[in-house]
Design a binder for this molecule. Structure first.
Ligand code: ARG
Length: 584
């Protein structure tokens, strides 16, 4: 029984009967009533003034009377300047709560038969993951979860940039300076080891540059380029070194992904896709979608889409980043027959994706109308900007360790947790990661973030741990309340308090929050919802006694309400990739 749907349908009926006008239920403007007014839901009546030829407050009055008379759930109404506020009877709310109490995955929508590829992370294999990747990964993971909840089949994908001159740079530096050092011999995580030699390369290149005349190439760069040529020619030694070093990096990435709790369904490697796309271009040259310049290079003219001319094949016939993305998209379609695709990539590539989507559209790809660049802003530290060329970045593993440590310090200051040492570690891990993930996901993807670990683990304010704490409160209530609970008693509870209704009104919105977050590719909508619900529950918990309720009916109602809040919070936080602790 969906209350907002019922109201919409009845408004349609009322407008038809009272004013002989046809409106659709989707057109009815319906919102939760603002705090300062009486009521639960508000209908905006201005749109009906033309059909009714009456003043809005008159229409509000007539509609209100009609609805109270015809809809059992609606108890009362009042009109304020063309806004019709409706009060829902308590019987509805207890029934709603009773239905929720045994619902699995409340908020999830039925499968809609649509398949979406979400591409995220997509690192390069010359350095470890850093804070920027963390934001990317969290956005991608959360968006995937939200899309799934909204009924999509999701294929979580990444494309790993495992070839090119930057990869050869770490390889050259390793060959020259590592004396055979491996992750096993050094005890270093594989991606860290590679990252170290990438920094070595840059240090050497800079020193060499200082010695050289302007414009001359440092010898180590010449070596890296030569190595890339050999790689392209399939030189067995270079390929073996490449495979070995990449396998170290992947082992390192996997560890970080596992710590962040993310997995992928499919992985593309640029070494397999970098030649793709050429055929398509050549085929479509004849059709006139692309054109060739005198030097032999191939371009596309996108001026009528307010974009530039874009190079797609160099004069020597080699492809560029764009060509590769065209080919990869087509290859993914052949494999998955997806209906849409979302790329989680930083906002410095906004132009690239505009152009890519325009080209795929001109090529007539079936999924071209449903391509999204989930573009996000930089993450900086209170101390300034990150640079991976020099190694001054916030490393993802260090960051995870730091927030967990911070959670531990905070928890120990609050007092002793009465659980085993092992359970404590798990609790701190969950709190720390919740802090990190929530801190990043509560921000709209397009906004830049200044990340401060200490602030993120705060139990007050809009933080992950604050939301976890609401869940923990419910767990504590149920640990105290050991006897069997007769849930049907709650149906007899008729004096529902405002603090209780506020919670139910919020919970009622959860399915729409998921739909909207999925449509907007915006996990922050779910993050804000979880915070609002936790805050409303904390207030209820503070103001109203649960276990010492006035009657058994009230007690049953409040216990089930608490249970449902915990379950909705858990679902919402799971959509953000956050786990709940039982204690904290
Ligand atoms: N590896 C690339 C980078 O670090 C991002 C790849 C984005 N994905 C894509 N399909 N172009 O910039």
């Amino acid at each position: 029984m969906d209350i907002t749907l019922i109201i919409r349908e009845q408004v349609v009926e009322a407008v038809k009967n009272l004013y002989q006008a046809e409106v659709t239920k989707e057109s009815v403007l319906l919102n939760p009533t603002r705090k300062e007014f009486d009521g639960d839901y508000t209908v905006v009546v201005f749109p009906y003034s033309k059909a009714a030829r009456k003043r809005p407050d008159m229409i509000g009055d007539e509609l209100g009377k009609y609805l109270v008379e015809h809809v059992e759930l609606i108890d009362n109404y009042n009109v304020i300047k063309g806004f019709l506020n409706l009060s829902i009877g308590n019987a509805y709310w207890s029934k709603f709560l009773h239905e929720l109490s045994n619902l699995e995955n409340y908020g999830y929508q039925k499968p809609n038969g649509k398949k979406i590829i979400v591409e995220f992370s997509s690192p390069n294999t010359n350095k470890p993951l850093h804070l920027g990747h963390v934001r990317n990964i969290l956005l991608g993971w959360s968006t995937s979860k939200i899309k799934e909840a909204a009924g999509f089949e999701v294929i979580k994908t990444q494309i790993i940039n495992d070839r090119g001159v930057h990869i050869c740079k770490s390889m050259v530096a390793w060959e020259k300076y590592a004396n055979g050092e491996t992750p096993a011999s050094s005890g270093m995580k594989g991606d860290k080891l590679i990252g170290k030699y990438y920094v070595t390369y840059n240090t050497v290149a800079e020193e060499q540059e200082k010695e050289l005349e302007d414009g001359k190439e440092p010898p180590i760069l010449t070596e890296a380029r030569a190595m890339l040529k050999k790689w392209e020619a399939n030189d067995p030694d270079v390929r073996a070194l490449w495979a070995k070093m990449n396998s170290w990096v992947y082992a390192g990435f996997d560890e970080t992904y596992a710590n962040l709790g993310v997995t992928f369904d499919h992985i593309d490697y640029e070494s397999n896709t970098y030649l793709l796309g050429k055929d398509v271009i050549n085929k479509n040259l004849e059709k006139g979608i692309f054109y060739r310049k005198d030097d032999g290079s191939v371009w596309i003219d996108l001026e009528d889409a307010k974009l530039d001319h874009k190079l797609v094949l160099r004069s020597d016939g080699t492809s560029v980043y764009m060509t590769q993305d065209i080919g990869t998209a087509q290859q993914r379609y052949e494999k998955f027959k997806m209906d849409s695709m979302a790329y989680v990539v930083g906002d410095e590539q906004n132009y690239h994706f505009k152009v890519l989507f325009e080209i795929l559209d001109r090529l007539g790809e079936s999924y071209a109308s449903d391509l999204v660049h989930l573009s996000y802003g930089m993450v900086d530290l209170p101390t300034g900007k990150m640079k991976s060329r020099t190694g001054t970045v916030v490393d993802a593993d260090d960051l995870i360790e730091e927030v967990i440590q911070e959670a531990r310090t905070n928890s120990e200051e609050r007092g002793a947790l009465e659980v085993s040492e092992e359970e404590k570690l798990e609790i701190w891990r969950r709190i720390g990661l919740a802090a990190l993930k929530y801190h990043i996901l509560k921000v709209h993807p397009k906004k830049r973030i200044i990340f401060n670990p200490a602030e993120s683990v705060d139990l007050q304010g809009q933080t992950g741990p604050y939301i976890q704490n609401a869940f923990v409160r419910v767990s504590a209530v149920f640990r105290k309340f050991a006897t069997d609970l007769d849930e049907s008693l709650l149906l007899k509870y008729t004096d529902i308090e405002q603090a209780e209704k506020d919670i139910l009104l919020l919970i009622r919105q959860f399915p729409e929050v998921i739909t909207s977050a999925a449509k907007n590719y915006d996990p922050s909508e779910v993050a804000h919802f979880a915070y609002d619900l936790a805050k409303t529950y904390h207030k209820f918990y503070h103001d109203i006694s649960i276990l010492r309720a006035e009657t058994e009916e009230a007690k049953a109602f409040r216990l089930v309400l608490s249970k449902v809040v915990a379950s909705v919070l858990k679902t919402a936080m799971n959509l953000l990739g956050i786990e709940m602790p039982e204690r904290m």
